[in-house]
Design a protein around this ligand. Structure first.
Ligand code: HAM
Length: 425
């Protein structure tokens, strides 16, 4: 076929969209209960924002940005992540003057020109959460607990939270120097990417999946032995809050992130239900990014959840969706069909989910259609019954039928909806 979507770009079809809608509903409710407010930002930005924000030496900036020149020769790009652009908006709109702490979230697509594979796409979606304006470990704990609770609320199985501290401008430089020195002695056993990283972005070597690179790192210096007093105290406090909140976690001093803006706390949440691309969420503290992008000195921390990966887990685990109570109107005869059409509007105004067949089909085929639509209840309206002021109600689960006066339809359906919703997840 000639017309095809681009490689790494997916269509999300109606049967899958329900998972997305439920994930978005749960996120909005939980995030707003934690005091976070939604922000919606453009997909296109100046490429320089991400160069400065994420860092020139990162894979995202050096290889993966969808950037191009527009008609006026300005270099633009599709956003590869949201943190830099939330910061751009925070600075541009002087949100720092509006409240001491800004708690923002954004749900939307991101674009990275990566090699597509299971769980890795070129357009993917994130729930991005940012807490700007507080330096203390309690904010780190709030963010970590929130990320965990969101994934629990989505019913994602096999979660593991891995955390580390990447130090600060006081202690990280000496770690970096030592690591570079160490890697220089191992260049021959590193892959070509890591040979480059050893010079440009040595911390990223810890992320390499190649066996020879992993083996070369066995005696490498680790960041936790370089932490300054402030970083150590901060990290210990974050961990003690996690323990108090009973959030299981594993400390890993080799955990690094693919974006350069992080300081101190960095974390990932993985799921055993995923394959090689097992991170469902990642984030950390970025105390210097706001001033680096021209704004005031404001500490911040955040995370993003990869929505495709959550959906993949829910689908493969057969997690049932919350089903809405559904009514189908079947009609026999012309007058009954017209009546059913008006009743349809009335019942929808009452907040019920109702459908009917558009064509004149037999009762049998209307009932078949109702069961295809997974209706809970079918109302059968016939010309003769209508004259007597009656309708037939059929429970699609038990198959039982009963008659009821036309005037009682609304109350009866609302009662059935109440009973069903009480029972559903
Ligand atoms: P990130 O680790 O690059 O962090 O992405 C966060 C999550 O997005 C990943 O854990 C993964 O679930 C998902 N993800 C990333 N790339 C892809 C892809 N190509 N296909 C499918 N899913 C993907 C950030 O983006 C930071 N901005 C997070 C953050 C917010 N840090 C502080 N605040």
């Amino acid at each position: 076929m000639e017309l095809q979507s681009l490689k790494g770009f997916r269509d999300i079809l109606p049967e899958e969209v329900h998972y997305w809608q439920e994930m978005e509903d749960i996120s909005r409710k939980l995030l707003e209960s934690y005091g976070f407010k939604e922000i919606r930002l453009p997909i296109l930005e100046y490429a320089s924002l991400f160069r400065k924000g994420i860092g020139e030496g990162t894979d995202i900036v050096s290889k993966e940005m969808y950037s191009f020149s527009d008609q006026k020769g300005r270099e633009l790009c599709l956003r590869p992540e949201a943190t830099s652009q939330v910061v751009r908006s925070y600075v541009q709109n002087r949100l720092d003057l509006k409240e001491p702490v800004s708690k923002l979230y954004l749900i939307g697509p991101m674009f990275r020109h990566e090699r597509p594979q299971k769980g890795r796409f070129r357009q993917f979606h994130q729930i991005d959460v940012e807490l700007i304006g507080d330096p203390g470990p309690i904010s780190d704990a709030e963010i970590l607990i929130l990320a965990w609770k969101l994934l629990e609320a989505f019913k994602v199985a096999g979660l593991e939270l891995v955390i580390n501290s990447l130090g600060c401008e006081l202690c990280r430089p000496s770690f970096k120097t030592q690591l570079m020195k160490y890697l220089k002695g191992k260049l021959d056993s590193l892959c070509s990417d890591c040979q480059r990283r050893a010079e440009t972005n040595p911390l990223r070597v810890f992320d390499c999946k190649q066996d020879s690179c992993k083996a070369s790192l066995e005696d490498a210096p680790l960041i936790n032995t370089f932490w300054c007093d402030g970083c150590k105290r901060h990290f210990d406090n974050v961990v003690s809050y996690l323990l108090k909140a009973s959030i299981p976690h594993r400390i890993d001093p080799t955990l690094v992130r693919g974006l350069d803006y992080y300081t101190r706390t960095a974390f990932e949440i993985k799921s055993k239900a995923l394959g090689a691309q097992d991170a469902v969420a990642g984030g950390g503290r970025y105390d210097k990014l706001i001033s680096q992008l021209g704004g005031p000195e404001r500490p911040a921390i955040g995370f993003a959840i990869g929505m495709e990966r959550v959906v993949e887990i829910l689908i493969s685990a057969n997690i049932p969706l919350k089903k809405t109570f559904k009514v189908f109107l079947a009609s026999l005869g012309n007058q009954a069909k017209d009546e059913a059409f008006f009743l349809l509007q009335d019942l929808r105004d009452e907040g019920l989910m109702v459908e009917m067949a558009y064509q004149d089909n037999s009762l049998k085929s209307q009932l078949r259609y109702a069961s295809k639509l997974e209706a809970d209840t079918v109302l059968i309206i016939g010309d003769d019954e209508l004259k007597a002021g009656l309708v037939t109600l059929k429970d699609m689960n038990s198959g039982k039928q009963s008659q009821l006066p036309y005037s009682e339809i609304k109350n009866m359906l609302k009662e059935l909806q109440r009973q069903r919703d009480g029972k559903s997840l």
